[in-house]
Design a protein around this ligand. Structure first.
Ligand SMILES: [Zn+2]
Length: 453
């Protein structure tokens, strides 16, 4: 086994470590002498960073280095090293709800530049179940994605998808949307499930208060989230997984600041800011983000839960966020909405019927390199399965390329200009249009929540 694999092997890992970030070859048996920064199988310097970084040793599951900051905003560029690879931040995480980023294979994700994906504990707990995933050596092995991975706690889905039966300080009981069985989740049980699933970064159970709600409800949910955070820390057993804390605080700047300070004082490896993008106006969301970030330890990474439209990613980065996840870009793609530098277009619209060029001129994604917009238009209207893959590849590549552009601008000291140029050019979907689409989507999926990402 090579020097590299020896350095990043994890105790309890059934078969050691197979590193494939950026390449598709297993380097496990490659002699150390052959592993150089220029090796074509690596395509990036990330592996070298790991060789020289003790962060992936079990006592420190991840390490995070801020490499550049923006003078005019809270934006920053960094490097996050995990046991399964390195993430150049800021970065967007495609969501793999049920051990799959809908319509894509892991090789598609690698090809479009995804560096980390997110799995939903709620869905995986109900089906296929954490015992089965553990029996396959964890979710990386089960689904064939060997890069970094984060699992959420399932709390958000319990409150939004599950049929809540009881919520007490001890935990939550809900009815599974699959078979109606009662399921109990406590902070301890969530950690045990996430340890079986085996992601690089895991999240504790939290209570996300509804929007809108009164101050007393916000405070109660925030206090409970803090108590559950301490229980999650006490319950963790695996030293090779990072645990991010979730600050809450509803839509109160005062509660947000208090929650951020409380969570930051605990030995979490990073933060996943919760309870935003739950229906509040955009200006309120950014005010709450601004009330949170200054109270978080700046040396640890910040993830903004559930935010992922192109314009929100720009503002999220400007507010100091390092990681994002959202089902929006993949869901929107499946519904015919494709991103372009000037805004989202509907590929089903008649204007694309005979378009010989790609949906976005100059896009480096596989879809645009290979297929005309007219072909996508035809596939989408015919509801051909290939459309879902091609549309999803374009939207995810669009966002990941946007993240790389922002990172480069932060490093060059030109982020303020980049941000201004983006907003001058990009026309976001209007609030009314967004709400109409959300209602349509909810109406379609409420009868069958199993399809809901
Ligand atoms: Zn494209």
């Amino acid at each position: 086994m090579c020097h590299l694999a020896r350095r990043i092997i994890l105790p309890g890992s059934p078969e050691g470590f197979c590193f494939r970030a950026g390449g598709d070859r297993c380097l496990q048996s490659m002699p150390t002498a052959n592993v150089s920064k220029d090796h074509p199988a690596l395509k990036c310097a990330t592996l070298f960073a790991m060789m020289n970084d003790d962060a992936s040793t079990p006592d420190r599951p991840i390490s995070f280095t801020v490499t550049a900051t923006d003078a005019a905003s809270a934006a920053r560029a960094g490097t996050l090293t995990t046991p399964h690879g390195v993430i150049q931040t800021p970065m967007f995480m495609p969501v793999g709800t049920q051990a799959s980023v809908k319509a894509l294979a892991p090789d598609d994700l690698t090809a479009l530049g995804a560096q980390i994906i997110l799995g939903n504990t709620y869905h995986l707990l109900l089906r296929p179940g954490p015992e089965l995933i553990a029996d396959f050596g964890g979710l990386h092995h089960f689904m064939g994605w060997h890069g970094p991975m984060l699992t959420d706690s399932g709390g958000f889905q319990v409150f939004s998808l599950g049929h809540l039966r009881a919520l007490t300080d001890d935990g939550v009981t809900f009815r599974s949307h699959l078979d109606g069985n009662e399921v109990r989740l406590t902070p301890e049980r969530v950690i045990a499930v996430e340890e079986q699933i085996g992601a690089d970064i895991i999240l504790p159970l939290d209570e996300c208060p509804p929007y809108p709600c009164d101050e007393a409800t916000m405070r109660r949910a925030t206090e409970r989230t803090h108590r559950w955070a301490e229980r999650a820390i006490a319950a963790r057993k695996r030293p090779d997984q990072a645990l991010f804390g979730i600050p809450q605080g509803g839509m109160s700047a005062e509660l947000r600041a208090w929650s951020a300070e409380t969570i930051s004082a605990l030995p979490f490896d990073g933060f996943s800011i919760g309870g935003l993008s739950v229906g509040e106006p955009k200006e309120v969301m950014w005010a709450m983000a601004a009330a949170t970030v200054p109270h978080l330890d700046p040396t640890r990474p910040r993830h903004l839960l559930g935010v992922g439209s192109p314009e929100d990613l720009v503002e999220g980065v400007a507010h100091g966020m390092d990681l994002f996840d959202c089902v929006l870009p993949t869901r929107v793609a499946r519904n015919g909405g494709l991103y372009t530098p000037t805004g989202r277009v509907n590929i089903r619209a008649a204007r694309w019927r005979a378009e010989h060029g790609p949906v976005q001129a100059g896009c480096d994604c596989w879809t645009c390199q290979r297929f005309s917009a007219a072909y996508l238009h035809h596939l989408a209207r015919a509801e051909e399965l290939l459309y879902y893959r091609l549309g999803t590849i374009h939207n995810l590549r669009f966002l990941i390329r946007q993240m790389a552009q922002m990172r480069a601008a932060i490093c060059d000291g030109t982020f303020a200009q980049w941000r201004a140029d983006f907003h001058a050019r990009y026309q976001p979907a209007s609030a009314a249009k967004r709400e109409e689409q959300r209602e349509k989507w909810l109406a379609r999926h409420s009868a069958n929540p199993d399809r809901a990402p």
